[in-house]
Design a protein around this ligand. Sequence first.
Ligand code: MTE
Ligand code: MO
Length: 271
Amino acid sequence: MTINTDPNNRPYNEEAFRKTVQRRTIMSFVLFALFFAGIIGLRQWIISQPLDSGALRPFRNVLNANGDFFSHFSAPDKKAPAYTKAQAAKQARVNGNLGMDSELDPAGFRLKVVPFGKKDTMYFTMSDIRSLPHQDVIFNFKCIEGWSQVSHWGGVKLYDFLKKYKLGSRSLSTAPERDELSSLPDYVGMETPDHQYYVGLDMKSALHDQTILCYELNDRPLPAEQGAPLRLIIPTKYGIKHIKRLGTIFFSDVRPRDYWAEQGYDWDSSL
Ligand SMILES: Nc1nc2c(c(=O)[nH]1)N[C@H]1C(S)=C(S)[C@@H](COP(=O)(O)O)O[C@H]1N2
Ligand SMILES: [Mo]
């Protein structure tokens, strides 16, 4: 007795069975080849695309879309959690020394500021900067490499500095206001004196209450390897944005170049 498993009760036909198997084998081979060609074609297309801020355009678009999406959740006016001095590391980590080779002359130091529209460049001494109200910032410093550390910095609010010297608005006669963001230039750019390291910031984050021009670490003068005489501390963003050895500040409606964004990292780098 034979068991016929065909529901239509057709007799078993070896020749037909072999043909079906053969046809399916060819079909799956063709589909696989098409799929493979598609992947290779896509890859060819992607690598033929132009570079945009250091990433191939399609990847940069994904990075930008990611950044735009997540910026809705991490509002730049949100405060980074505060800590006490006792919680801060006694020995703050040192990381990164790009753009820090130029000669260090704290007495001769001038912070260069180029007002919006490249109007007359202005220069500020450390005493100009120190004359503003002192501000401590104690926060959890986070590096994209994966480490974080609570550290204690001192300086003056970038906002206070820009307000006092009427910088960062579209004209030289008005001080920037936080609640008039739409009337201000969109971005702030910062570079080391030798222009080897540079960051771009959105205006809202630059004017944030915890963003400081920093000249102290643990109540003492900022050490050279941590950015003396002046660096940026911007607790709402990853370490890459905390430029050390600050030399120049400028304002723009075009996204300023950014060292790590050119290496493929998220341009915004908000926490
Ligand atoms: N000029 C300059 N600033 C810089 C860097 C750098 O290489 N050069 N590295 C950045 C990175 S990646 C980090 S994590 C922080 C580290 O600051 P720290 O040395 O005070 O820990 O500085 C940032 N600012
Ligand atoms: Mo970093």
